[in-house]
Design a binder for this molecule. Sequence first.
Ligand code: NAD
Length: 370
Amino acid sequence: MDFVHTTLGQRVLFGSGKAAIHVAGEVRRLSAGRIMVVASSRHEHLAETVCRNLDVAHWFDQVVQHVPVETVAAARAAAADHGVDLLLSVGGGSAVGLAKAIALTTGLPIIAVPTTYAGSEATNVWGTAAQRTKTTGVDDRVLPASVVYDATLTLSLPAGLSVASGLNSLAHCIDSLWAPNADPINLALALEGARALTQALPRITRDPQSLEAREHALYACYLAAVAFGSAGSGLHHKICHVLGGMYNLPHAETHATVLPHVLAFNAPAVPELAARLAASLGRPAVAGDEPAESAVAALGSFRDAVDAPRRLADYGFSATDIPDAVDRIRQVAPPSNPRPVTADSLTALLTNALTGTAPAPHSRLGSRLN
Ligand code: NAD
């Protein structure tokens, strides 16, 4: 083994029904006095639950998906106007993403209280959107100082959104297998994250009020995000960032839809990893099975079980968008991807994702390898 791994410094407090207590403790530990809450007005009740033991200096509730730069400017101005010394995000990736954008230029500490499975709270990755382009970067200033997980705050996340968000998290696990800084430590986190998600999400679809299943999903999404934060953005994330930025597609649903196609594309080039992934997804390869086929089939069965999103066409993407998207993705695709990313292969991948055509079966996977 020969690798360099950085473990990011962050406190994680986990406990159902304990968010308000845990947040108040972290505010004291960080010696903060002027808190700005970043939470969408749609989830005011969740934010009020979390803040019941706090004096809040300012509530910022304009939370918009993909973190548009106009919203960032307004939020930074509000933080300055109110003399804020701590940011408290309550919500999904959009709320913590906005808090990160403020921290990027101010260095303000963040306490993140996630209410989806996006996992942004555990990474030092920020992202903003302007002029149909999503810009992302890595900066330790945006890593939340503390993450407070409280599964009761996720009980209201509808089953469909839970599935899409959970598949966003699974994409962190799977893309970590071949991302530029993949290493054995984030592999271990990614595989355990995938295992736990595979068990938790079907339980949530059957019983969205299962607190235990919600806890396991949060546990999994944290592992997945730590793996992703360390391994970096692989091909899957590059594709989804281009689609999200250029066409304003919904983040979690886009990840959920594109994931099986990227797995089918890359898996034949990494058979050992594919075999380990298949086992984590609950379908260990048996003698004679091709590992790539097992991994693709395992993800397919899991997606069937949770009725995963299938077609980019359902979210506003169309066939006429494919050539521009292919051009942009080729500019950002990681050179270290286990297979060369050609215009033809990307066109085929996006066409299948657009229409919901099942990823190629094994025989064709093998023949597409170059
Ligand atoms: P989101 O925060 O926009 O939430 C998705 C939807 O769920 C919204 O409509 C929201 O109102 C609703 N919602 C959230 N919590 C809820 C709850 N408890 N009950 C009911 N509804 C609830 O989207 P997301 O998918 O969580 O995050 C996407 C954003 O996060 C994107 O901007 C993406 O780029 C970013 N992200 C960043 C990273 C990173 O490491 N930087 C990782 C993952 C995602």
